[in-house]
Design a protein around this ligand. Structure first.
Ligand code: PGA
Length: 240
């Protein structure tokens, strides 16, 4: 793992944006794996700024999101569909048809998982952006998930629901399930860029980097990947 530590969140976000802009400049039809959550918002702001100032184009880029809640309509302000529209897609020139997010609102979730797995198989991801949960999850692959997992319906860990409750009016509204790319899908990306900011991520980062790879820390599966860049602020790196 190539671990890079930055003074603060702003510097980390800029470094992440430089990697993505370089990727898209070198390969206009890049397949980008994208993440939701608070952490990549700074990166997305930098990409929007760069798109406006330097005209980096996403016209031929395809995007593949990691996950989506089950049970929230696309119009819900906390659906990851809405999140991505608001935080990135509506501000850049990505084509609607090139945006891929699993749907948590279909009758047949199994079929949706199969569709998403086939899509990923046919469109290998060039760079996958990841955050990390305080429990070490990547995507919504919670502790205990086998490293061989592929896109499936997952139950959210209680601490993930607590972490995400800040975005909802009450705990009852926080979804209990999601569709998530599996760990194996994530490991199939050619390059992985994981971002973490804040002292509350320090234990998960330590388990990912220092401890033996174990399903107790899903992010430790990244130890088995040859091209992982980890961008941390000083607080997230404080236990390394
Ligand atoms: P966060 O979430 O960026 O909102 O901390 C990260 C994650 O759960 O993967």
């Amino acid at each position: 793992m190539d671990i890079r530590v930055f003074k603060n969140y702003e510097e980390l976000s800029k470094a992440a944006a430089e990697l993505i802009v370089e990727q898209v400049k070198n390969k206009a039809n890049s397949n980008l794996g994208l993440a939701t959550g608070s952490t990549p918002v700074g990166l997305y702001n930098e990409l929007i700024k760069d798109h406006k100032e330097n005209k980096t184009s996403y016209k031929d880029v395809q995007t593949f999101n990691l996950d989506e809640y089950i049970g929230l309509p696309n119009t819900h302000d906390q659906s990851y569909y809405q999140f991505m529209q608001e935080k990135l897609f509506s501000h850049i020139d990505v084509e609607t048809n090139n945006i891929h997010i699993p749907s948590g609102n279909v009758e047949d979730i199994e079929k949706e998982c199969e569709r998403y797995n086939a899509l990923l198989k046919n469109n290998p991801i060039d760079v996958q952006i990841l955050g990390i949960g305080t429990n070490g999850h990547i995507g919504f692959n919670e502790p205990g998930t086998p490293f061989e997992s592929v896109t499936s319906k997952v139950e959210l860990a209680e601490n993930t629901r607590n972490d995400n409750a800040r975005f909802f009016d009450s705990m009852d509204e926080v979804p209990t399930h999601a569709i998530s790319m599996g760990i194996q899908n994530i490991l199939e990306a050619k390059q992985i860029v994981l971002l973490a900011s804040g002292a509350n991520k320090a234990d998960a980062i330590k388990a990912m980097v220092k401890d033996a790879a174990s399903i107790d820390c899903p992010a430790s599966a990244l130890q088995n990947h040859a091209n992982v860049i980890v961008l941390l602020d000083e607080a997230a790196a404080s236990k390394l």
